[in-house]
Design a protein around this ligand. Structure first.
Ligand code: FMN
Length: 150
């Protein structure tokens, strides 16, 4: 399962690229039910960083999740200067018993500076790296992917 929050659309692009590799639909955290994780073994969780933190929507979602023992989690996200959102996301998830198996982050166009900073990011190259990350995480979690899209 791929769940993401994305205030300005950058992390959504990564979520779509990752979900495509896995053959699933990415889920916006605003519409995702925390109890909808039944039978999920590998969870991708993505967000941008806002004033050094993950979004309120993501924090609320993660805190509302049931215990995650046996669930492997791959974190992904975009940032302007540093992916500091991962720290709190990681802490909440680990407190629930999840195993974090990897992280992927790349810069995202910053709307605060009217897109002047990090213009054009995530780029096609970033999206290709996100797809490679998705494949690596799936392999690490023991999944055999049927589609080997680039
Ligand atoms: C209100 C706001 C606050 C931000 N604060 C930070 C920050 O503290 N550190 C950082 O590295 N980037 C920061 N950024 C840049 C975003 O994290 C970056 O543009 C990211 O790609 C946004 O993801 P999204 O498009 O999925 O929402 C901020 C952006 C916004 C809009």
């Amino acid at each position: 399962m791929v769940v993401y929050a994305s205030l300005t659309g950058n992390t959504r692009k990564l979520a779509r690229a990752i979900a495509e590799v896995l053959g699933v639909e990415p889920q916006d955290v605003r519409g995702a039910a925390p109890e909808g994780l039944e039978g999920i073994h590998l969870l991708f969780v993505g967000d941008g960083v806002y004033a050094l933190r993950p979004s309120k929507a993501m924090v609320g979602y993660l805190r509302a999740l049931p215990p995650l023992r046996g669930v492997k989690v791959a974190l992904f996200g975009t940032y302007g200067s540093l992916p500091t959102q991962f720290r709190l996301m990681r802490r909440i998830l680990e407190e629930k018993g999840a195993e974090i198996i990897g992280e992927f982050a790349c810069p995202g166009r910053d709307k605060v500076t009217l897109g002047l900073l990090r213009h054009g990011r995530p780029s096609e190259k970033d999206l290709a790296a996100a797809r490679a990350f998705a494949r690596e995480m799936a392999r690490k979690a023991g999944y055999a992917l049927l589609k080997s899209s680039s």
